[in-house]
Ligand binder design. Structure first.
Ligand SMILES: Cc1cc2nc3c(=O)[nH]c(=O)nc-3n(C[C@H](O)[C@H](O)[C@H](O)COP(=O)(O)O)c2cc1C
Length: 196
């Protein structure tokens, strides 16, 4: 057989309708709000298009960051590394509406001049706002990627090497951050060994 462990449908249990039980990437979303850089943590983040390349992030309407994204029609997606865990989490604990978060990180700007990015982050993605989807309590911001900014030290063979980036994953159910494990197999390739 294929090597994975089998189970039976009768063993399945329903934990109820909730957004929690799968791995989520930890990102810092940046926007200028009232002319100051502000960052929040977002784990509800996904790729949303390839030509042109797009990403999407779901943000609660109450967040301060949302104002800046709409005001400037720009935002950044900054990928923190493990050693930034405390500072990143802080940006998810306090709101820019009450606390000035502009000094938490060193900030730089790219093509748009209005999407703040983080010098300490190994990867920064600069986005032009494409659309905002009203999704009840959340706004889904779809951004077109204009730049992907990294450093030579995070590359292997010209592509971003996650072993060097050391990103964080969120387990929302138990509210834990996880680090990346070992690579297991080549994607778009491992399935070639699967036998029906
Ligand atoms: C680990 C973690 C992940 C989070 N993910 C999201 C998210 O995906 N969407 C969201 O709206 N808020 C998310 N939050 C909450 C915001 O980061 C938090 O409320 C932040 O303080 C809002 O900042 P702002 O008001 O300055 O924009 C998350 C918080 C943490 C700690």
């Amino acid at each position: 057989m294929s090597g994975f462990s089998k189970t039976e449908a009768k063993n399945k249990i329903d934990l109820g309708p909730k957004v929690a039980s799968y791995p989520m990437p930890v990102t810092l979303i940046g926007a200028n709000v009232n002319s100051k850089a502000n960052f929040l943590v977002a784990a509800w983040f996904m790729a949303a298009g390839i030509n042109p390349p797009k990403v999407a992030v779901a943000l609660n309407k109450m967040h301060y960051t949302n104002q800046g994204i709409k005001e400037n029609k720009a935002f950044s997606v900054c990928i923190p590394s493990e050693d930034m865990t405390n500072a990143a989490d802080y940006c998810g604990l306090v709101s820019g509406s009450r606390v000035d978060k502009s000094g938490v990180f060193d900030v730089f700007y790219g093509k748009l001049k209005t999407a703040p990015m983080i010098t300490q982050c190994p990867v920064n993605i600069e986005c032009k706002l494409d659309k905002v989807v009203d999704n009840g309590g959340h706004e889904i911001f779809v951004g077109e990627i204009l730049s992907t900014i990294t450093e030579q030290k995070y590359l292997t063979g010209g592509v971003v090497d996650l072993k060097k980036v050391k990103p964080l994953m969120l387990s929302l159910d138990d509210r834990l951050y996880y680090e990346l494990g070992e690579s297991k197999a080549k994607a778009w390739n491992a399935g070639k060994n699967y036998k029906i």
